[in-house]
Design a protein around this ligand. Structure first.
Ligand SMILES: [Zn+2]
Length: 255
């Protein structure tokens, strides 16, 4: 990922960039310094101008009353109550008040999601200023996207990789031949199945296998084995795609 910094006049290439925001004079504010690493040098000629802010120090000026307001997941200004703009790239885990971990408690995730959606729901801002209406729509879309990403194990795993500057293989060229053969055979098994019962049985077996693999993925992310996690995510993606083929075939059989 590259960011052109118009204040420093250089391209900042970062492996893990969470956000660059709020430039006050020559200061670039970067949060979460512990997970930012720069991949090439020299990147920031004025590194003395960098200010690292922790969450609790993070302040912004309200667009309406100009008050400096501490807002982490506080969408409204503390002073005037106006819904604020989205001014940084949000970490979905932070947005939904969860630790950055693959093992997400889905009840808590859904509860927090609903609370946030209620807070910024566009219907609540129908008679407010245009800026607040736009902000409500944008917050709402962002919260939805964060929720969908963290709820689905495959998307969540991919997102965790992305946060650490990694990604799943984009094509089959790096995949193990034996693995590809196995997946091909499993697809053929679906092609050959002729009854709903057979398809349901294959589906059930895949689901059990998926549950096991998702538990295994929790361990891999816990021990920060990203290569292991990548390989397992590829397998999960294939299994989900086979399940999808089963659903398509079942729908056809059901007429
Ligand atoms: Zn304000």
């Amino acid at each position: 990922m590259s960011v052109v910094c118009r204040w420093l006049g250089s391209i900042i290439k970062t492996k893990h960039i969470i956000f660059l925001t709020n430039v006050h004079l020559n200061n670039v504010f970067i949060r979460k310094p512990n997970i930012i690493s720069f991949s090439t040098k020299p990147l920031l000629p004025n590194s003395q101008h960098l200010r690292f802010l922790s969450n609790s120090q993070y302040e912004e000026d309200c667009w309406n009353c100009k008050a400096k307001t501490k807002r982490v997941n506080n969408f409204m200004c503390d002073e005037c109550g106006k819904l604020q703009d989205i001014t940084k790239i949000h970490d979905f885990f932070e947005l939904l008040s969860l630790p950055r971990d693959f093992d997400v408690p889905s009840t808590k995730l859904t509860k927090t999601f609903r609370q946030l959606q209620t807070l910024v729901h566009p219907d609540k801002f129908g008679n407010k200023s245009e800026r607040e209406q736009t902000n409500a729509a944008e917050w709402s879309a962002l919260i939805n996207k964060a929720y969908k990403t963290l709820l689905n194990p495959l998307f969540r795993g991919q997102y965790l990789l992305k946060l650490q500057g990694e990604q799943m293989p984009q094509d089959n060229s790096t995949l193990n031949k034996e693995f590809l053969m196995e997946m091909m055979e499993r697809n053929e098994e679906v092609d050959d199945a002729e009854t709903k019962e057979d398809l349901n049985q294959i589906n059930k077996n895949i689901q059990e296998e998926l549950n096991g693999e998702i538990n295994h993925l929790k361990e891999l992310f816990k021990s920060n084995d990203l290569n292991g996690a990548k390989a397992l995510l590829v397998k999960i993606k294939y299994l989900l795609s086979i399940q999808n083929s089963i659903q398509v075939k079942l729908e056809k059989l059901n007429g």
